[in-house]
Design a protein around this ligand. Structure first.
Ligand code: NAD
Length: 504
């Protein structure tokens, strides 16, 4: 039985309407073009997933706004690309400082938009600051190479920005995800146009507002709106020279097709169905909370969610018992309350998707806990679902193969090392994987044998900006974070300088 918060429905509505007023006092949430609010003349409502009421109105951008943003971004690029890496680093540090002064407002925007507990949202805003600071630090550390091929040629490589880049993010990590895009793009000298999700556009717009007076006008633009009205014109725009997309594999594939028409390079961070392998020697005191955080953090709306727990038969019973107890320890309630550890799903459509998978799971496997909405009248208007665990799952079932993007765990038994690796890799995705073991040999062998771009051992996260982040197979192409991301946002040029024999 899941724990639930203690607020009455009247208190919940009162607190959320007060929060909506606070949100309206923070910004008017216009599209951000050329360093200023740029009303598009059309608005849409963004909704609060806790009470299913509108929070505020946001500009709805379209293809003409994309054209305008691209034009002003190119104008801004002229000056921005002339700045030194040191100047760009310093500007990114200043933007990070400004964000640090507004952590509470940004976190409130993220919580009210996504339903994520406020303490988690604050942690993610700090993650965004850390990301900007990392790229501020490495911005000035850009090295080409001298290639010593022949004495009569001075041959070297240099880096150059692409120009105007288009960046698209999903709704689950709107602030952190925006920083993952802006940081390396700006450090490399590009002007950036970001499209946040229509389900959680608030914090990215406010981030751009906080850049005002720090980042030169036009270098950062934010265009809220739908995938078809803003996303499509952005990814097909002839003057956008680099694309970076985070979202579903289906839309990522569409973005890649579109980019092919204009021969535009694309980085794709897509979906996942990540395994966590619990070996028989695993320390369950570490592993149960790690697998739990990996599927229940952010109500399971996480791309690298450990949504398949592959558990050795010797520890299956104990793991299952302890994992179900862990699932039932989450406190569902108002994300604005400190005691809440799980909020609602972000939108009605995601609620429908997750509850459909819960129904499929009931038919395919054995429901061990959860599987419905929490029994609390105060939460009945929100998109809440209980942390859910299915046992007797086979790896070819729908709930084990498809990304649910909700707090739904599947427990799958195995008996040998080879079987564990085969099950782990028997899925279209390859974003992340976890390993629970105390054996160095098992850990390093499994880390090499698993076909995924990220491996966590005996823990979930933390994500550190120095480390490249991204998936294999249908989970994507290229990396966010790390120096790799900086490389995605710059082009390498080889320069041959003929050196004649010196003759005086
Ligand atoms: P989505 O693919 O539906 O949307 C992502 C973004 O693409 C949104 O901003 C959306 O408006 C935009 N979009 C939609 N149609 C478009 C089009 N035709 N052209 C251009 N843009 C378009 O994904 P979502 O439901 O917002 O997010 C969940 C998905 O994101 C999951 O699959 C999750 O795994 C993935 N994700 C991946 C990572 C990662 O780093 N690998 C991180 C977070 C989320």
């Amino acid at each position: 039985m899941t724990h639930i918060g203690t607020k009455s429905i009247d208190e919940l509505y009162k607190d959320h309407r007060a929060a909506h007023d606070q949100v309206e006092s923070i910004s008017d949430f216009h599209a951000w073009i050329d360093g200023e609010p740029s009303p598009t003349g059309d608005r849409f409502e963004t909704r609060d997933p806790v009470v299913d009421e509108p929070i505020t109105e946001v500009d709805r951008a379209d293809a003409s706004d994309v054209d305008r943003a691209v034009e002003t971004a190119w104008e801004a690029f002229d000056g921005w690309s002339e700045t030194t890496p040191t100047e760009r680093g310093s500007i990114l540090f200043d933007w990070a400082d400004e964000l640090a002064e507004h952590v509470d407002e940004v976190a409130l925007l993220e919580t009210i938009d996504t339903g994520k507990p406020l303490s988690d949202a604050k942690g993610e805003v700090k993650g965004a600051i850390d990301t900007l600071e990392y790229y501020a630090s490495i911005a000035r550390d850009q090295w080409g190479k001298q290639i010593q091929a022949r004495d009569d040629v001075h041959l070297y490589t240099r880096y150059e920005p692409h120009g105007v880049v288009g960046q698209i993010v999903p709704w689950n990590f709107p602030t952190w995800g925006a920083a993952w895009k802006f940081g390396p793009a700006l450090a490399a000298g590009n002007a950036s146009i970001l499209k946040p999700s229509a389900d959680s556009p608030l914090s990215a717009i406010y981030m751009a507002e906080l850049a005002s007076g720090i980042v030169p006008d036009g270098v950062v633009s934010v265009l809220p709106g739908s995938g078809s009205e803003v996303g499509d014109p952005l990814v097909s725009h002839e003057d956008v020279r680099k694309l970076s997309f985070t979202g579903s594999t289906e839309v990522g594939s569409h973005v890649m097709h579109s980019a092919a028409d204009t021969i535009t390079p694309v980085t794709l961070e897509l979906g996942g169905k990540s395994p966590f392998i619990v070996f028989p020697d695993a320390d369950l005191d570490k592993v149960v909370p790690a697998v739990g955080a990996g599927i229940f953090y952010a109500t399971g709306e996480i791309c690298d969610a450990f949504s398949r727990a592959l558990v050795h038969e010797d520890v299956l019973e104990e793991f299952t018992e302890r994992f179900v107890a862990h699932a039932e320890s989450y406190v569902l309630g108002d994300p604005l309350d400190e005691e809440t550890t799980m909020g609602p799903l972000t939108s009605e459509s995601q609620f429908e998707t997750v509850t459909e998978y819960m129904d499929i799971g009931r038919e395919e496997a054995t429901l061990l806990t959860g599987g419905s909405m929490p029994e609390d009248p105060a939460l009945s208007d929100g998109w809440y679902v209980e942390p859910t665990v299915f046992g007797n799952v086979e790896n070819d079932m729908q709930i084990a193969q498809e990304e649910i993007f909700g707090p739904v765990q599947t427990i799958i038994p195995f008996s040998t090392y080879e079987e564990a690796i085969e099950l782990a890799n028997d899925v279209d995705y390859g974003l992340a994987a976890g390993i629970g073991s105390e054996s160095t040999s098992i850990v390093h062998n499994a880390a090499a044998d698993i076909d995924a771009g990220l491996v966590y051992v005996n823990e979930y996260g933390p994500i550190i900006p120095e480390a490249p982040y991204g998936g294999f197979k249908d989970s994507g192409i290229g990396k966010d974070l790390g120096r790799d991301a900086l490389d995605h946002y710059r082009r390498k040029k080889s320069v041959y300088v003929n050196l004649d024999e010196p003759s005086l």
